[in-house]
Design a protein around this ligand. Structure first.
Ligand code: NAP
Length: 250
């Protein structure tokens, strides 16, 4: 396995993460399909192909993260690509369009525990997984860390001209992605001297469980930018925030 490129995708059992896993596998990369439920991960890995392996990984559970890192070390010896994709937008099961979901997530009224839960997955989960996987990435080559962020985390777009819809949506989910962008910048600055590139991708409004399947883009379209960043050449940038149309304002 030492000569094969190895990628770990978190939350790869469904949605955009599963599509990222499929796209990376199609490039000949060995994909580790992170899933908090191992059975769901195994099912997804079988869809991805023979070179995919399910890895139990709950990004909010330090024991699960440590066990995943140990297993990857033992079975694969290194990691070249880490895609931090796992994320949540809601607590419980609010039905209906995204407006219904965000109504429960306004910073002025949302339950503090709910805001903490969103940040635990979307922000701290990314930090925890990245820290745990760094020793394995340091044994890899042309290392790429991709952070699946969102355009709704752009404060410039939210507060700017034409940002009415984003202002209406702004709440704990958007705020968690703003914070995640700061984490991405911090990681990019820290890891630049080692040549490890860290970039954030916005999938666009994609039809997945996250928005009760109200999104307008396909998972193939949603995965595109994250996959591009995972496969960046050695002359590629670090510390960027973009969608498949180009850079996004912070
Ligand atoms: P999704 O279909 O709901 O997938 C989310 C994935 O994250 C699932 O595999 C889920 O696992 C996993 N996950 C959630 N909490 C986890 C945890 N604690 N540990 C490990 N995995 C966990 O939604 P999606 O749209 O594909 O979301 C993927 C990423 O894209 C997220 O970061 C999201 O914020 C971002 N994004 C999505 C959109 C959009 O319009 N869909 C737009 C911008 C950004 P389970 O199946 O076990 O729940």
């Amino acid at each position: 396995m030492q000569d094969k490129r190895i990628a770990l995708v978190t939350g790869a059992n469904q949605g955009i993460g599963l599509q990222i896993a499929k796209d990376l596998a199609a490039k000949g990369i060995v994909v580790l399909v992170g899933s908090r439920n191992l059975e769901n991960g195994k099912k997804a890995a079988s869809e991805v192909g023979a070179s995919a392996h399910a890895v139990q990984l709950d990004v909010t559970d330090q024991k699960s993260i440590a066990a995943a890192a140990q297993r990857i070390e033992a079975e694969f010896g290194h990691l070249d690509i880490l895609v931090n994709n796992a994320g949540i937008s809601k607590i419980g099961h609010p039905q209906g369009p995204v407006e219904e979901i965000v109504r429960k997530g306004k910073f002025s009224t949302a339950k503090l525990d709910d805001i903490r839960a969103i940040y635990e997955t979307n922000v701290f989960g990314v930090i925890a997984v990245t820290q745990a996987m760094l020793p394995l990435l340091r044994k890899g080559t042309s290392q790429r860390i991709v952070i699946v962020s969102s355009g709704v985390g752009s404060l410039t777009r939210t507060l700017g001209e034409g940002g009415e819809h984003l202002r209406m949506l702004f709440g704990m989910y958007s705020g968690s992605k703003t914070a995640l962008n700061a984490v991405m910048v911090g990681l990019a600055l820290d890891l630049a001297p080692e040549g490890i590139k860290v970039n954030a991708a916005c999938p666009g409004y994609t039809k997945t469980a996250l928005n009760n399947f109200h999104g307008t883009r396909t998972v193939e379209e949603g995965a595109r930018e994250a996959v591009r960043l995972a496969l960046l050449g050695d002359d590629g940038p670090t510390g960027t925030y973009s969608n498949d149309e180009g850079p996004l304002p912070w």
